[in-house]
Ligand binder design. Structure first.
Ligand code: ZN
Length: 236
């Protein structure tokens, strides 16, 4: 009976241990962190993509102005057209030069932004990779711990089947019923007149009755109704 109680207590402990494995809680927290990191990474990658398109556009703008400038310069160098035409050309060349300079400033600014975002992406990639590695480590630790506990459960379940066969169906059924309603303890030792299930001392009337009881009679604590197991230290 007490062997059965010890095995069941251990099974209860394992269930509790599996549910409260610290690695599982850490893994959950880590996964939340990882998910946030991935969100940040996607945001940074999207922003970088946008800026890279801005660079292409700025570059195209600069290129167009530059080509037009070169064309105008060639026409001026060729000296074709009237003085008024040349003056107009000169005016446009000056204006294009200012425009080109402004566009180059924009391009530079966009490239600086791209550089910053590129650094963000690299940093976040490294951060996410590190979190993933830590999560993998934790998962393998918790998987190992769970596998060990499961193996113990299997072993206890086999031992329990043997013990149950020795105890008998009726007594096991009674024990299970008490266990379900008494915090997992269905059977307790009677030690020095005291029930170790509820820790209360038995009165003399009960002690006398227990002393007179047949060896195969199932004794129950009058206070907590648990099955009492007699030993040489029971005080009977
Ligand atoms: Zn009791």
């Amino acid at each position: 009976m007490l062997d059965l109680q010890a095995l069941d207590t251990r099974l209860d402990q394992i269930v509790h241990r599996k549910a409260t494995l610290p690695e599982l809680a850490q893994l959950k927290a880590l996964n939340t962190e990882l998910s946030a990191c991935h969100d940040d990474l996607v945001r940074a990658q999207t922003a970088l993509g946008d800026v890279q398109r801005e660079i292409v556009k700025a570059d195209t703008d600069v290129q167009l102005v530059r080509e037009r400038s070169i064309r105008n310069q060639k026409r001026m160098d060729a000296g074709q057209g009237t003085a008024k035409d040349l003056q107009a050309l000169q005016h446009e060349v000056d204006s294009l030069a200012r425009r080109q300079s402004a566009l180059e400033d924009i391009e530079l600014e966009v490239m600086e932004r791209a550089e910053g975002l590129g650094a963000d992406v690299s940093r976040l990639e490294a951060e996410c990779a590190e979190l993933t590695a830590r999560a993998d480590d934790l998962r393998s630790v918790s998987d190992k711990a769970l596998a060990e506990l499961d193996a113990e459960v299997e072993q206890i379940t086999r031992s329990r089947a043997d013990v149950v066969a020795g105890v008998g169906d009726d007594l096991v059924a009674l024990y299970e019923k008490i266990r379900a309603s008494s915090g997992g303890i269905g059977a307790a030792v009677l030690r020095q007149r005291r029930c170790e299930g509820c820790n209360l001392e038995l009165n003399q009337v009960d002690m006398n009755r227990f002393t007179a009881a047949a060896e195969d009679e199932v004794l129950r604590c009058e206070e907590c109704r648990r099955i009492l197991v007699r030993t040489s230290e029971s005080g009977l």
